[in-house]
Design a protein around this ligand. Structure first.
Ligand SMILES: Cc1ncc(C[n+]2csc(CCOP(=O)(O)OP(=O)(O)O)c2C)c(N)n1
Ligand code: SF4
Length: 473
């Protein structure tokens, strides 16, 4: 039997990044986003451009496209996808840059970003998902909401007097000189889907040939917030929505123009810092500490509640007190629900280029999910300290040098399991030579105000220090 329908090869086979729904998407039944995702993936696969396609996702119901598309993906702040895509497109002239945005995202908060990217004729394709509403946040009025259409913020219906006219983005962008392709399509019935496939393929071909900016507005049904069932929602697009927003190709001048080349000169950070006069501004002071290397990039990770963010903060503060440059970047998200919390800390003798640590020199993993998640990022010359009180199995593919430290057990002996973070601080200070035991004691004495806590933490740090024995990096 021949297969007539299958998942696109431009999608992940299993949505590993989506913890709960490994096979299905998060979209509501009947939502136009799902159909559009499928068309884009199919066309990317068919054109053979998957390995150089970079998707920029919005804030809105399309936010999780990075769960589904097997390619490079970036997430932009609300409304900023066209601006982020501009940077990506300029820095990667051979990439196919896709900006995927909703109508709240593109036509409200991000209007200026979108219009200027279009006006510059950036090499990118923009999918503008117009479902007349803010979908993700529960159905508030968007600039594209129809006259008389109700929403949670226009319960008696949109009026021109109060909210202005529905914004015709495709027509506005078609009025600019630079864009190459501007069209509006639908994904609500087979006929419209066939046309959408044609136009989307054309838009992607334009990207492949570097022929400039393509804008494809997609009328997309949101059954959930329209309070219709999927069939009614699809019919409503034809009967009502498309009267305000007619389908069509408003502009296609790709065959007339030359390919747009925007070579991007790569500049090293040191050169930029020098140009900006930043290098000399770093006051190196006279008490800088010696470190295994001039810039140390730490990742501290564990369960929320294990004091992992505080451990990062302690490291950053102690280093700052010694005239080092530091950054501390916590990740607060999932730990609220018991996931992996982490803090990225950079300690440097010089100006720090970025607080993001995706290549840690040192990983502290207080629980097993942290070791599994971040362990593989540590290279062969890096160091991993893991909490052997809670981790009994070490992933086999670790490249970095791993130290087993029973941090929770040692902290419990010192008076509280919560001081496991301080045990690690003592251990690392000793093996790296970054801080003396006196430094640690005076810092902890200042940090913890209650005498009982000071006592526990001094014991914990000493336990970590002693556990290091004569080990040196
Ligand atoms: C700066 C900022 N402002 C507001 C929000 C809240 N917010 C999240 S999604 C969203 C609306 C998304 O609507 P739309 O772009 O139409 O996409 P849809 O969900 O309908 O696909 C808003 C206002 C936010 N996350 N960030
Ligand atoms: S709320 Fe609307 S736009 Fe969002 S996933 Fe559901 S149907 Fe789609």
């Amino acid at each position: 039997m021949s297969k007539v329908f299958e998942k696109s090869t431009a999608f992940f086979d299993t949505f590993e990044r989506k913890p709960s729904l490994q096979k299905t998407t998060h979209y509501c039944p009947g939502c136009g986003h799902g159909t559009l995702n499928k068309i884009i993936a199919d066309q990317v696969a068919e054109l053979g451009i998957q390995d150089r396609t970079i998707y920029v996702g919005p804030v809105g119901c399309g936010v999780f496209i990075y769960y589904y598309f097997e390619g490079a993906c970036a997430s932009a702040a609300h409304g900023r996808a066209s601006a982020v895509a501009t940077g990506i497109s300029r820095a990667n002239p051979d990439a196919i840059t896709v900006s995927y945005q909703g109508d709240g995202d593109l036509a409200a908060i991000g209007t200026s970003n979108a219009i200027h990217a279009a006006n510059r004729g950036e090499n990118m394709i923009v999918f503008f998902v117009n479902n007349n509403i803010y979908g993700m946040t529960g159905g508030q009025l968007a600039p594209t909401t129809l006259i008389d259409q109700t929403s949670t913020t226009s319960p008696t219906g949109r009026t021109v007097k109060n909210d202005g006219f529905p914004l015709q983005m495709a027509e506005m962008i078609a009025g600019l000189e630079a864009p190459t392709l501007v069209a509006r399509v639908g994904v609500n019935n087979p006929k419209n889907i066939r046309q959408a496939i044609k136009v989307i393929k054309r838009g992607l071909e334009i990207q492949r040939d570097k022929k400039g900016y393509a804008f494809i507005e997609v009328l997309s049904q949101c059954p959930t917030n329209w309070k219709k069932n999927p069939v009614e929602a699809c019919e409503w697009i034809d009967e009502v929505v498309s009267k305000q927003y007619p389908f069509g190709v408003f502009k296609d001048i790709a065959d007339e123009g030359e390919a747009v080349e925007r070579p991007c000169e790569r500049v090293e950070f040191a050169a930029v810092a020098e140009q900006l006069g930043l290098v000399d501004k770093v006051d190196k002071g006279d008490q800088q500490i010696e470190m295994p290397r001039d810039e140390m990039r730490f990742k501290f990770a564990g369960f929320g509640g294990q004091g992992i963010l505080s451990l990062g903060m302690m490291m950053a503060q102690m280093a700052m007190q010694r005239d080092m440059e530091v950054t501390w970047l916590p990740s607060y998200g999932p730990e609220m629900r018991g996931g992996v919390a982490n803090a990225s800390v950079v300690v440097s003798k010089n100006t720090i280029g970025s607080p993001i640590v995706d290549d840690p020199n040192v990983l502290v993993a207080l629980n097993r999910p942290s070791l599994e998640k971040f362990g593989p990022l540590v290279q062969a010359d890096g160091l991993i300290i893991y909490n052997s009180s809670l981790i009994d199995q070490v992933p086999p593919d670790l490249k970095g040098k791993a130290f087993a430290l029973p941090a929770t057990d040692l902290a419990t002996e010192a008076g509280s399991a919560k001081a496991a973070n301080v045990v690690v601080l003592g251990f690392y200070a000793k093996i790296s030579g970054m801080f003396s035991l006196d430094d640690l004691n005076s810092f902890l004495g200042e940090t913890f105000k209650k005498p009982a806590l000071v006592d526990i933490n001094l014991k914990a740090v000493k336990a970590g220090w002693d556990a290091a024995g004569e080990t040196k990096l």
